[in-house]
Every structure is written in C-alpha cells, then in structure tokens.
Design a protein around this ligand. Structure first.
Ligand code: WTA
Length: 654
C-alpha cells in the first residue's frame, strides 16, 4: 500500500528547533507566498546575499513556450563565483575551516583547509590553468578523486571564467572521451590514482586511454594523489604539484555576466547519449546558497557533511558552491560507507563532530543491513539534522535513519531535485514542517509544482491525487540549455506538456497537499542513486559483436533501489552460456563504468515489439518485476508468443 497522510506518522519539529531555525512555519508560509506572487521582487532581494560587481536590475526573463524557451535570471548583473565562495569571506573567516578533508584510509591524517588556504590554492590552480592557455569561456574536464584539488579546480575555473565539466572518477575511458569531445575541452585535470574503499582506480591511465580518442591539442594536468606510477607524454602532460609550487598566490577573479556558463554536467536521459546540462553563474549560485542555508538550517560553527561525490550535481551544489558561498565548513570524504567497515560514516561524524549529514537512501539501506552496532558504538550526539537525496526513500529505511542514526532527535530533510534543477525543489524545512517518512513534502521558495494527468496533460487541482510532476514557472537554479543543442533542451523538458518544465518523475499529492515522489516515468533508471538511461546500457550491449539486440529495464533491488535487467538477443549461431554472461557484464563495465554493470541478463530469442517495430518496454518491465499477471494489452504485438518465452525463462524468480 502506498503511504498517505492517513496512515503515515508525522514528525513535527521541536519547539526549540523551530525557534532557532532560519525559517519557521509562519515564515515559510509568508516567504513562499511572496516568492510566487512576485518572483522578480523575491529573487531580486535574495540576490543580495551575493557580492555582485554590478548588481542586477533585470531579475527575471523566462519563457517556457515551446519553440522559444529562454531562461535568464539577473541578466545585467556581473559577479565572480570564486570571489563569492572565497575572497569575500577572507576578512571575517580567513582562519575558519572551509573544507575538512577526510581520506579514504582512516589511518591517513585528515586535512583542515582554511578560507585563507583555499584562496591561495585556488589562485595557484587558476594560474596554472592560465599558464596552460585556458581562457574565459574555455572548457576544462575535471576527472579527479574526492580530494581538495577537485574543489580548487572547480573554483579555479570559476575564477578565470572557464567552464568546468566534472566526470565521475568511476566512469570509463570511453565515457571520459565522449565528454571531452562533447564539450571540446582544452584541458583534462586528473590524478595518478583514485583510492576508494581500499582499492585504487588508475585515473591517469584511464585518461591516457581516453585521450587517444581526442584531439591532439588536449592537455592533461596531473595531480599527485598516491604517487602511483604513471606514464608521461611530454608536451601533453603537466605536473600540477610542480607547477603549483612555482605559481603565484594571487589570481584576479574575472568579471562574469550572470548568464555566463559556470559548468556543464553530463546526465542521462531516456534517449540517446548523456546530455550536457548547462548551469550559469548568478542564478545558480543564489539558488545553491539559499537552499543550502535554509534546507540544512546551516548556522555559523556548524560542521556540514554531504557524502556525495563532486562528480554528481549534489557534490557541485552541496559540497562546494552552496556551502562555500555561505562561508560554511564543508566536509569532503574520499571513501565509501562500508570500508574498512560499516562504521566508517559514523566514525567520521564522531571524529569531526558533524552537525548536518546528507546522504543517499542506497547508502542508508546498505548500512541498515549491517545491523545497529556499527552506528550505536559511535558518539553521534553532535548531529542535529539528517538529509537524503537521489531516490525515493522507503519508510522503513527512513525510520531506521531517524531512530538509530538520528536518535529520534534530528529532523530528516528528504530533498527532491535533479541535475537540471541546480538545487532543492521540494523538501520539508527542518524548523517549519512536520515530516512524513518517504515524503518530499513542500516546494522550496519560488517553485510551483503541478501534478498533471499523464494523458491529457491537464493540471489536477484536487488532492489526494497522483500523476506526473511538472513545474509551472522558472526558478534561478534551473538549467539554461543542453550544451550545443538548445533544441534537445526544449524537446526533452518542454514538449510533452506545453508550457511546463516536465521533470520525468511521477508523484502523489496527499490529502494534506504534501508531495511524495514515486519515481521516474520515463526510461531513466536510478541504480544506487546513480542516474542512467536504459538506452545507454542498450547501446553498450549492442556494440558487442555477439549481440543482435538488447532491451534494458529497471527492477526493484533491495539495496540499490533499482537493478539493471537486460534482455539480450544474440546474433544467430551464437550459443548463450555463463561465460558469455560474464563477458557481457565486463563489456558494459568497460564501455560505461562499474555503476552500469548489469545485474541480470536474460537471453531473449525475441523481444516483444509492436507491428511497427517498437519494443514494448512496459511488458519487459512487468516481467522483470515478476508482475506478469498484469501485462495489460498484448494484442498489438507482432508476435505475442515471445512474451510466453520471456516469462518462462525470466531471471529473478521468487
Ligand atoms: C530522483 C540528483 C525521490 C528523481 C539530485 C530525479 C528523488 C532524479 C529524490 C534526479 C528524492 C532525486 N526522492 N526521488 N528525494 N531526489 N530523486 O539528476 O527520480 O542525479 O528525477 O539528481 O533522482 O537525479 P539526478
């Protein structure tokens, strides 16, 4: 049964928390009403939280009309993101810790990087990049472990006006090459090796392989992390550690227009290859900073930790840009939750006296399975707030997080948002809203969610209701375009439901008007919080010489949320066996990366297709879910008998 307001227990904020919070219930109501009544007035005022070189006077110029979609915020304002995240704090917070870095191996010392250190190191990195020929508007790929240099690199790009694009260190050389070429990057910043969970990924040698498929002019800047041996290509490879020693401690921040791109982040959609989501300078930073402060109720002296990787949008907005714009202390963790053992997260919380902790449901599920002792043996009394992001959280998992990790005293913010939205879109606010296990609850300021009937596209005003989730008007953190393909941007987000931004998610609104995200309604799957298009896995599979055709769907997986279920039709004459299954698994890992590794591969002599040749994924999804009693209408299939065969031989029996 899906939970609703009648069955779900609610957890109101304590009076003490509400009285100290930035936003209590009355303030939320007033601010939310103001933000939708007059967005320009509201956001014009919020923009004052940043230091502008030229303050904006034109606040909102946005249009969701298909064919002329255009999104601009603060367009006549100018500023520099790095100056906002570092320089303006120097006078009051120079000696305050900006970044706490906790390495993969707990026996290696942690680092404390003050705002003054951050300034020096970012400036040096910026000067190194300039000396390599990087100029305003150029693209730089960052392919680094979770080390402080990743933050320096992001901020250094922002300082000189270069556009960064981070590629998650778990991605393969092929995926890296596609992104270098996709945005025509001038430089790739990488490290010798990335330690994670006691193992090392050879990043530099991955980059070497990727660069074989890129223009000869692309340069590679190499940060030393482990000292592991790397091969060196004279003239192409540059030694960061050596160059940083020589580089000047100061680099002037470049004046950027609010709508100049800040970064590109590749993300998966339901069709084709990943697209380059473009975020710009002014609106993004206003939105990341405000949401960070309000959602996490960040106050001076707090130690805030988001356990995401900077390779994902969560790391961009809530490890680096939001917290640093607010002058916060942000923790950066190189490791994984389960190594050396399942106590690692909680030991880090204890060691650094973390006050706000933000992670993904998949991590919580994995840790919950290890038992409570790993948590309860640590002193977690510093924790004041918990957060989750990335996928729907099951109520049992929410309860465990609340009771065992939070000791029943920490509000949980279940934040719904996307790479495309730049920051939180729906979340309870800790001092304002009662929470319900599994609900994203309320829209953030300026966000106008609507539930649409999936068929008619009409807005449904009554509650309770269920439908697809769209947003009615723009907010400053919204993506502006797909890099190099504005038409794809319009088609992906504005063509299914005219006049709205379509999220790709389904949702319910309960009788109280609170929102529950039910998951993707398109061909995007969410595996351990990592988002991927089934089309990407399919094209990797069919690139194998023995595969004729493949269809990929998600199925419920206890730890990962969704697992990857592949139906594979082999070339004629090829006999399926276990060896080939293994080979295909390894193949997909090398084509995309370990996160895309198929969980189940079913040999499919035929796939269910309509007479026009379209694969009916609805049916494949049902079979993968073991829900073959509810296949629905199969009469439009060209050959209905293939379905019987697939059911007969389905993989996850039980
Ligand atoms: C899902 C991650 C339920 C959703 C910030 C969305 C969630 C996709 C939640 C975006 C949540 C994210 N509850 N589902 N709190 N947060 N999602 O771009 O399906 O990696 O569309 O951004 O994750 O994933 P992305």
């Amino acid at each position: 049964m899906t939970p609703n307001s009648e069955t779900a227990k609610t957890y109101p904020p304590s009076a003490e928390l509400a009285s100290k919070a930035h936003v209590d219930a009355a303030k939320y109501d007033a601010m939310y009403a103001a933000s939708v009544a007059d967005p320009a007035a509201f956001w014009g005022q919020q923009a004052e939280r940043l230091d502008w070189i030229k303050a904006p006077t034109e606040i909102k110029n946005t249009d969701f009309t298909l064919g002329q979609v255009s999104i601009e915020w603060f367009r006549d304002g100018t500023l520099n993101v790095a100056a906002n995240c570092i320089d303006r704090h120097l006078e009051t917070r120079g000696q305050q810790t900006a970044i706490i870095w906790e390495p993969d191996d707990p026996s290696e010392p942690a680092q404390s990087i003050s705002y003054a250190d951050l300034h020096r190191r970012t400036c040096r990195m910026a000067n190194v990049l300039e000396s390599m020929g990087v100029r305003k508007g150029d693209r730089v790929i960052i392919y680094l472990p979770m080390i402080p240099e990743a933050a320096y690199a992001m901020l250094a790009c922002a300082r000189i006006g270069a556009v960064h694009s981070i590629v998650f260190a778990g991605f393969s050389p092929d995926a890296l090459a596609a992104r270098v070429n996709g945005c025509d990057a001038k430089v790739v910043i990488t490290a010798d090796e990335a330690p994670r969970g006691g193992r090392k990924t050879p990043l530099k040698s991955n980059a070497d392989k990727a660069l074989l498929h890129c223009k000869d002019s692309v340069k590679c800047l190499v940060v030393k992390r482990t000292g592991g041996q790397t091969t060196w290509t004279e003239g192409r490879d540059f030694d960061y550690n050596e160059m940083a020693l020589e580089a000047d401690d100061y680099c002037r921040p470049v004046e950027m227009k609010a709508e100049d791109p800040l970064f590109i982040l590749y993300t998966s959609g339901s069709t084709g290859q990943p697209k380059g989501v473009v975020h710009t300078t002014g609106g993004y930073l206003v939105y990341a900073a405000l949401t960070h402060e309000v959602t996490f109720d960040y106050h001076d002296g707090d130690v805030y930790w988001c356990s995401a990787d900077v390779g994902w949008v969560t790391g961009h907005s809530y490890i680096v840009y939001g917290p640093l714009a607010n002058g916060a202390t942000t923790l950066m963790f190189e490791g994984v939750p389960t190594w050396p053992d399942a106590s690692r997260f909680w030991q880090v919380c204890e060691k650094h006296k973390v006050t706000q902790f933000y992670t993904a449901p998949t991590a919580i599920r994995a840790l919950m399975g290890q038992g409570n002792d790993f948590v309860t043996k640590c002193d977690l009394s510093s924790l004041r707030l918990l957060g989750t992001v990335g996928e729907p959280i099951n109520p049992e998992v929410w309860n465990w997080y609340n009771d065992v990790v939070g000791g029943g005293r920490c509000p949980i913010v279940d934040t719904w948002w996307q790479t495309e939205t730049g920051g939180h879109m729906m979340t309870p606010l800790p001092g304002a809203h009662a929470t319900k296990p599994g609900a994203a609850m309320k829209p953030f300021f300026g966000v106008q969610p609507v539930v649409l009937d999936p068929q008619s596209g009409e807005e449904i005003h009554d509650s309770p209701t269920e439908g697809v989730l769209a947003i009615k008007d723009s907010w400053p953190g919204q993506m502006r375009t797909v890099w190099g393909d504005h038409e794809r941007f319009e088609k992906t987000y504005f063509s299914d439901y005219k006049g709205y931004y379509f999220s790709g998610d389904g949702c319910r609104r309960d009788a109280d008007g609170d929102y529950w995200i039910t998951g993707r309604v398109d061909d995007v799957i969410n595996v351990s919080g990592h988002r991927m298009g089934t089309a990407e896995v399919e094209s990797a599979l069919v690139a194998h010489e023995k595969v004729a055709e493949a269809a990929v769907v998600g199925y419920p997986h206890e730890i990962k949320g969704q697992g990857i279920y592949c139906y594979v039709t082999l070339m004629s004459g090829i006999e399926p066996d276990e060896e080939l299954r293994k080979e295909l698994r390894t193949w997909v890992r090398t084509e995309i990366g370990p996160i895309a590794s198929p969980d189940l591969i079913q040999w499919a002599p035929g796939l269910p297709k309509t007479r026009s040749g379209k694969i009916m994924r609805r049916i494949l999804r049902k079979i993968a879910e073991n829900d073959y009693g509810a296949l629905g209408d199969t009469s439009t299939l060209a050959d209905p008998s293939v379905v019987d065969d697939l059911i007969e031989n389905r993989m996850n029996r039980g």
